[in-house]
Design a protein around this ligand. Structure first.
Ligand code: NAP
Length: 610
């Protein structure tokens, strides 16, 4: 049919009725909205029977540490690793990293479920490739390779001796007369650090639904981020021989579920895939890195690739699309430029938005066609089709997931209400009992809470101000880094900075900037670095305004963690500064280059510590 854009009258030819599709989105959303929103989930520690302990490293004992330092880095995932690496590169060596896990890697340390992989091209996802002399083996690296790279960075920058592993921070308190933070841990460590750099990750706390009976299940039950290979056998590469005689249920079909299902389907005697909402499953098309290409990479290649990738994603013209992947095709396609003959910027804004909505539906239609191509049974195929805006949920990319449903041993159990209850021998969905030996929760991670809730400790700033309270209605920072009332506290995670797709790139840029600020303070005898309230307020307001369009989009979405499970005020991206990420980092570099530190107050050190 032909759709006419409302203001300019420009016509667009499509093979669907956008009004009908829009109505289907509304009805599918209505089936899934729950009044509890984010409250429908609980942490693993809330269910004694669910194991939250570290499956990968046995606990080792050590002496507690009492030290006075320049920097404490909270977290040893990529954010903390990059902070350590860039501090070292800036000549700041007097720091500690405090990490909950038994090694570096964060999400890649914990998540070792079968099939774990990244869907951002490894040559831009893995940081510091040139600096560490490594080229990933595949276009989309497996989790094991990414974890190894985290270890490589740790070794290369000599971060292991600087790190307290298997250690949880319990309190962080600003001591005004020392101009230092006092950090305590569950190992009785006591650190006094000039700066605290926080890098605790956005998806650090696994969650499961509050389902009645969960504690009564007598079989094996675990979360994907605590995979039990003693039970399943095999490894992240598969060969789950322990499941050959087992009936298994996996609950959840987000990015994790989609990656794990083909491996469970291969080995389980029978597999029940409990799907509340189908995911977008696009083509993956992975390949091995061409050794000749790798051998010919010249100096600066990763910087150029990052810049090109980010530019294409943010709509800045590039003569060449170096990464040429899913994301670089997806983002321009969502504008709808390919559906009209005139340059999109010549259309009135209202028409641009109407066109974008049509382009979004067009992409979803292609996702539906892919399901029909891959899944033999029409009823199963219909149930696997997602009906929501393309960016309502994290799209997934997998070449084996859909075909797994063609196996006679694999059953799709689709229900907008999800799991109703769990019994000692199975689970109930749509009123039907499914008897299983094992339940795997691929139900994601806590979001929407303030970071300090998720991390289990508060940060107490000047005048006993609690960061938990201060951020309870959203982050308050200058540029996503500095917070008034919390001197020398720098946020390295996603917080009021620009961000799109490549999380580790954002972490790298944040770490680089934080490290140069710390190095400058150390060299110039600066005691405290803190934003003015006015500069912070201005940034908070700019961030809020920049998010309005995204918020409007998400408020029509079927629930998920992007949309705060229906409460958009607690959506995952609410604290993102929605401008071009290229322009954002250029702004930060310009801000730095002036040497004026506009919006920051740099006060001299009043104490010296021997
Ligand atoms: P997720 O995206 O939050 O997905 C959770 C799944 O559990 C959803 O399918 C959800 O259904 C389902 N669920 C929740 N409660 C349920 C219930 N009561 N009954 C049945 N199903 C229920 O979590 P995730 O898959 O672990 O992914 C989290 C994030 O990790 C991703 O979004 C991504 O950012 C990251 N990740 C990335 C990659 C990668 O390749 N880069 C791979 C894995 C993970 P609804 O959709 O209906 O809520």
């Amino acid at each position: 049919m032909t759709v006419t854009l409302p203001v300019s009258g420009t016509t667009v030819a499509v093979e669907f009725d956008p009004v009908e599709v829009g109505q289907r989105y509304v009805s599918e959303r209505a089936k899934r909205i729950r009044k509890e929103n984010l409250g429908q989930f609980q942490g693993l520690t809330d269910v004694v029977e669910l194991d939250d302990s570290d499956p990968w490293t046995p606990r080792s004992e050590r002496q507690s540490v009492t030290e006075t330092l320049e920097v404490a880095i909270l977290g040893g995932g990529f954010g903390g690793l990059l902070a350590g690496a860039h501090l070292m590169r800036n000549g700041v060596t007097d720091f500690r990293i405090i990490e909950q896990g038994g090694d570096f890697g964060g999400t890649w340390y914990w998540n070792r479920y079968p099939g774990v992989q990244c869907d951002v091209e490894s040559h831009v996802y893995l940081p510091l490739l040139e600096e560490t002399g490594y080229v990933p083996t595949k276009r989309y690296a497996d989790g094991a390779e990414i974890f190894e790279h985290a270890q490589r960075i740790g070794a290369h920058y000599e971060l292991y001796p600087a790190t307290l592993f298997q250690t949880n921070v319990t309190s962080v308190v600003w001591i005004e007369d020392q101009q230092r933070w006092e950090i305590r841990t569950d190992r009785d460590d006591l650190l006094h650090a000039r700066f605290v750099l926080r890098a605790n990750g956005p998806l650090n706390k696994p969650q499961v639904p509050r389902v009645p009976g969960i504690a009564e299940f007598t079989g094996r039950i675990f979360h994907t981020s605590r995979w039990d290979y003693d039970y399943t056998g095999g490894s992240p590469a598969g060969d789950l021989v322990g499941l050959h005689d087992k009936r298994v249920a996996i609950v959840g079909t987000g990015a994790t579920g989609v990656q794990a299902v083909p491996f469970l389907a291969e080995d389980a005697k029978e597999l029940f895939v409990v799907q509340r909402t189908p995911s977008v499953v696009g083509a993956r098309n992975n390949w091995l890195t061409d050794p000749q290409w790798a051998a010919n990479l010249g100096p600066g290649w990763q910087y150029d690739r990052h810049h090109n990738f980010l530019s294409v994603l943010n709509g800045h013209h590039q003569d060449e699309n170096l990464v040429d992947d899913i994301w670089t095709h997806l983002m321009p396609a969502l504008s709808g430029q390919h559906l009209i003959d005139v340059p999109i910027e010549t259309l009135p804004v209202e028409d641009q938005m109407a066109l974008a909505a049509i382009a979004d539906m067009q992409l979803m239609r292609e996702i539906h066609e892919r399901v029909d191509d891959e899944v033999a049974d029409p009823a199963t195929a219909a149930a696997l089709k997602p009906w929501f805006g393309f960016l309502c949920k994290r799209p997934t990319f997998n070449d084996e997931y859909l075909a797994a449903f063609n196996k006679p041993t694999v059953h799709l159990v689709a229900a907008p209400d999800g799991v109703e209850s769990i019994t000692p021998t199975g689970l109930v969905v749509n009123g039907q009992h499914y008897e299983v030996d094992c339940i795997v929760f691929a139900t994601g991670f806590e979001t929407g809470s303030t970071p300090t809730d998720r991390y289990g400790y508060d940060i107490i700033g000047r005048d006993a101000l609690s960061l938990r309270t201060h951020f309870s209605d959203g982050a308050k920072t200058l540029h996503g880094f500095f917070t008034y009332g919390f001197p020398n506290f720098i946020e390295l995670g996603l917080s009021q900075n620009a961000y799109v797709v490549n999380y580790t790139y954002m972490l790298d840029r944040k770490a680089r900037h934080a490290a140069r600020v710390v190095a400058h303070a150390q060299g110039a005898g600066i005691g405290t670095v803190e934003p003015t309230l006015a500069a912070q307020n201005e940034w908070v307001e700019l961030t809020r305004q920049s998010g309005q369009q995204r918020l409007a989009y998400l408020s029509n979405c079927t629930p998920g963690y992007y949309s705060g499970q229906g409460d958009v005020s607690r959506g995952f991206f609410n604290d993102v500064h929605n401008v071009s990420e290229v322009e954002f980092w250029d702004m930060i570099d310009t801000w730095w280059a002036t040497g004026e530190f506009e919006g920051l107050v740099l006060a001299p050190a009043t104490t010296t510590v021997v």
